[in-house]
Design a protein around this ligand. Structure first.
Ligand code: PLP
Length: 844
């Protein structure tokens, strides 16, 4: 920060603050008008709400730039090891409030806006969130960027600047409708284009070999076309520190030389058409979560951003090092799933072909640079590319992969002299039918570390999904349980609860989440429990108001808020939740005076546009909602709400308002989950299976503060091994039978028995995610939830204990684990200005 300019005048100094950096209310107000006038080109009389938002955003940005530039300058002149986080997705959520909180400038900005006669919340709501991800994986990348900066770790995030992020979801007649996400249409004040650091990326064509001047055999790649990658940088501030790291996202543009020939023969239209084709690479995010889209464009996207990023790292490296010999000592590249795994072959190519390294040196650098995080246990989500597509687009990389595989299989042969079956299992090339490149195998072979994202997940990787690799390289494997940032997911999204916690134990927990443990004592304080529940009620009232405004449905904040928000997927079992709702409905219909705990069931989540069953589940939820919400016999005792367009902004409203968190995936299917953590950190209790990080959450908060149900992973495997027959459960459980029969008759589909037949038939005759096997256990656990909620005092105790014992699930803890065990990186502090150290908390 610039120090205020002090002008001595008589005895009394006058402080003149710089408009770009000053922090007094008066200066912020003046700076806002200045940015409105000089950046937006508007006066207050003609400015739209969005103009005011933009001026506000620039006024905040002005105040973080010094931090960002000094951080980058410091990194440039210091030989520090840097973490490079490669991810095809970053699901960031809005920046404005997050930056204000990090800078400790929330209060003065709110005040300045209000004193200017503007509505602060209205301006904040103008921000379009960058929805550059599908769900948990992309959101994890965003939390990790926050923690890396807060922990002062030199790091850079690399990804794709999709012009259209995850689609906006509307619900029409109960069905999902997808709308393009035009998040850039009014401009993005948080990014700065750096065309001077553009990178060229090659595609297609062929390779040819030659002997260089030293008579060494070399290969050159002659591409069919090249694409230009333009970096757009966004600062990622740490919380109350001076570190601001960079998120660098690449946009694809046509390269200059590209259309030379077409222009020369006068084919202007053809040239422009090709230019447009190039730019489609970064046009849109593939909206599939946990299922691959084997499209060429997707592979183009992956290679495009990985090649840009590696070339950029090499450029940065050679600015401060004599050669690439020590590349692996200065960089750790984390692969967020296999989406960037092509990086293994691309770094080899850059070292071999463009920097003249010999194979062994290049391979040593490469395999000591990459580390791979696996994110899935679903076989259909393991990426593999048909060999013909791969070879046509990346001919040189296919050669390099064959060479890597050749050497790797030699190693396997020595390890297992008499076991040829191992070769087929481990090979990077799948040759069992149509040939494929297995990206997870490439990542395992080319990395020095491999990790899962929860303890159970890592164990299942070792015993199942990557068993053969674990046998070969046990030392590469470790667990890194996911975490979430308490800055966005507590302080920002739940200021009421955060303030309540600060009043009791101070604010150290925001950076050291284990300090929440000090709340445990207050769980025994009846007055505090009462206050805690009162705060929760206020937060629920906020969500109730939002639901009223959005959907024109009235919900009672005294009812139990039962929430399931996440991508819609059969393995996540939103339809199991529906089976419980219909069970309750039947019970009340059979006994209208039944004394049930009033509940509001809230759903949210997007379905992949091509995923028929997921879309039908959304329709089912809405159809059940229609009947239940309007049945006079139910009389508002249960309400079902599907809130459209679940995204980060909506998550910030809903996690804090939940009483019960639904984490009901089939055991052995959810790698970790992070929604489960956000709920529990906001005082919701979990109803869940022993899946993903639920296992560790339950261990942490105590089994008595968690509603467990369902089969264990071992039981799931055992039942499958003995041929699972879902019909047996249907035949032997009256309530289950009544529920499925009611749906089958068309009761929720205006008499149409066919509409939901695919769901019912799937459950009765196949049920791959074993809903029927878990149904009874789930419904009983839900009954226990309903009972427990009636004792508000005890519920309050459990809620406080959940928060107090969740410290482990901070993404700060995850990042420290990665730093210590995998990256071997240390914090590198940048000086902190005094005002940043103030204890002031944001006001509600
Ligand atoms: C946290 C989060 C997720 C992940 O939720 P899970 O319940 O772990 O699947 C997905 N989408 C958004 C917007 C999130 O904030």
């Amino acid at each position: 920060m610039n120090p205020p300019i002090t002008v001595p005048l008589d005895e009394c100094p006058i402080i003149i603050e710089d408009d770009r950096t000053g922090l007094s209310i008066e200066t912020i107000r003046r700076a806002l008008l200045d940015n409105l006038y000089y950046v937006q080109g508007k006066t207050p009389q003609t400015a739209t709400k969005n103009d005011f938002y933009m001026a506000l955003a620039y006024t905040v940005r002005d105040r973080l730039l010094k931090r960002w530039l000094s951080t980058q300058l410091t990194y440039r002149k210091t030989p520090v090891k840097t973490v490079s986080y490669l991810s095809a997705e970053f699901l960031l959520g809005p920046h404005l409030i997050n930056n204000l909180i990090s800078l400790n400038l929330y209060d003065p900005f709110k005040k300045a806006i209000e004193e200017s006669g503007l509505n602060f919340q209205e301006l904040v709501d103008q921000e379009e969130e960058p929805g550059l991800g599908n769900g948990g994986l992309g959101r994890l990348a965003a939390c990790y960027m926050d923690s890396l900066a807060t922990l002062e770790i030199p790091a850079i995030g690399y990804g794709i600047r999709y012009e259209f992020g995850i689609f906006d979801q509307e619900i029409k007649d109960g069905w999902q409708v997808e709308i393009t996400d035009k998040w850039l249409q009014y401009g993005n004040p948080w990014e700065i284009a750096r065309p001077e650091f553009a990178q060229l990326v090659k595609f297609g064509g062929y390779t040819e070999s030659y002997y260089d001047q030293d008579h060494i055999y070399r290969v050159r790649w002659v591409p069919r076309y090249t694409v230009n990658g333009i970096p757009y940088d966004t600062p990622i501030l740490g919380y109350r520190v001076n570190t601001a790291n960079t998120l660098r996202l690449w946009k694809a543009e046509a390269s200059e030389s590209f259309n030379f020939e077409r222009f020369n023969v006068g084919d202007y239209y053809g040239a422009v058409r090709d230019k447009v084709a190039c730019e489609t690479i970064s046009k849109v995010l593939y909206p599939n979560d946990e299922q691959i889209q084997g499209k060429e464009l997707r592979l183009e996207q992956q290679f495009f951003f990985v090649s840009c990023s590696l070339q950029d790292m090499i450029r940065i490296h050679l600015n401060k090092n004599a050669s690439l010999d020590n590349f692996h000592e200065m960089w750790s590249i984390q692969l967020n799933d296999t989406h960037p795994a092509i990086g293994v072959a691309e770094l080899m190519r850059l070292l071999l072909d463009e920097n003249n390294y010999d194979w062994d040196t290049a391979w040593n650098i490469t395999k000591n640079t990459f580390a791979y995080t696996n994110h899935t246990l679903l076989p259909e989500a393991l990426e593999k590319w048909p060999l013909n597509i791969f070879g046509r687009m990346l001919p040189r990389h296919l050669e390099i992969i064959y060479a890597i595989n050749h050497r790797f299989l030699d190693e396997v042969r020595i390890h297992y002299p008499n076991d040829v079956s191992k070769l087929a299992c481990l090979s990077i090339i799948d040759e069992t039918g149509e040939k494929y490149v297995r990206m997870a195998h490439l990542a395992c072979v080319g990395s020095f570390a491999i990790n899962g994202v929860a303890a159970l997940h890592t164990e299942l990787l070792k015993s199942d999904v990557l068993r053969d690799f674990y046998e070969l390289y046990p030392e590469k494997f470790s667990n890194k349980t996911n975490g979430v940032t308490p800055r966005r997911w507590m302080v920002l999204s739940n200021p009421r609860m955060s303030f309540t916690i600060c009043e009791k134990i101070g604010d150290s927990w925001i950076k050291n989440l284990d300090d929440l443990r000090q709340l445990e004592g207050y769980a025994e304080d009846g007055g505090f429990r009462n206050y805690w529940q009162q705060i929760k009620k206020e937060v629920k009232q906020d969500l109730a108001n939002y639901i009223q405004a959005k959907l024109d449905i009235k919900v009672d904040p005294h009812s139990l808020f039962d929430v399931q928000v996440k991508r819609i997927h059969e393995y996540k079992r939103q339809h199991l939740n529906v089976l419980n709702i219909v069970t309750l409905y039947n019970r009340i219909k059979n006994n209208p005076n039944l004394d049930v705990t009033p509940r509001t069931f809230i759903f949210g989540g997007k379905a992949a546009p091509g995923y028929f069953m997921a879309k039908l589940i959304i329709k089912l939820i809405n159809s059940v909602a229609d009947v239940v919400n309007n049945d006079p016999v139910i009389c508002d005792r249960i309400k079902v709400i599907f809130l459209p367009d679940y995204n980060v902004t909506f998550g910030q409203r809903v996690y804090p308002a939940a009483d019960i968190s639904e984490q009901i995936s089939t055991a052995g299917k959810e790698a970790s989950g992070t929604g489960n953590m956000k709920f529990s950190l906001n005082g919701a209790l979990t109803i869940g299976t022993l899946d993903g990080a639920n296992v560790e959450i339950r261990e942490s908060v105590g089994a008595e503060n968690f509603f467990l149900f369902g089969l264990t992973t071992e039981e799931v495997y055992a039942i499958r091994a003995n041929r699972y027959t879902p019909r047996d459960y249907y035949n032997s459980d009256e309530e289950l039978k009544a529920v499925l029969d009611l749906i089958s008759t068309g009761f929720f589909s205006h008499g149409d028995p066919n509409l939901f037949r695919p769901i019912v038939d799937n459950l009765l005759y196949s049920d791959p995610y074993m809903l029927l096997a878990d149904y009874r256990s789930y419904v009983d656990a839900q009954d226990a939830v309903g009972c427990a909620y009636r004792d508000q005092d005890h519920w309050g105790r459990m809620s406080i204990l959940n928060v107090a014992r969740m410290g482990k699930f901070s993404s700060d803890r995850s990042i420290k684990d990665y730093c210590n065990d995998i990256w071997k990186t240390k914090p590198f502090a940048i000086d902190v200005p005094e005002y940043m150290q103030s204890q002031a908390m944001l006001k509600v």
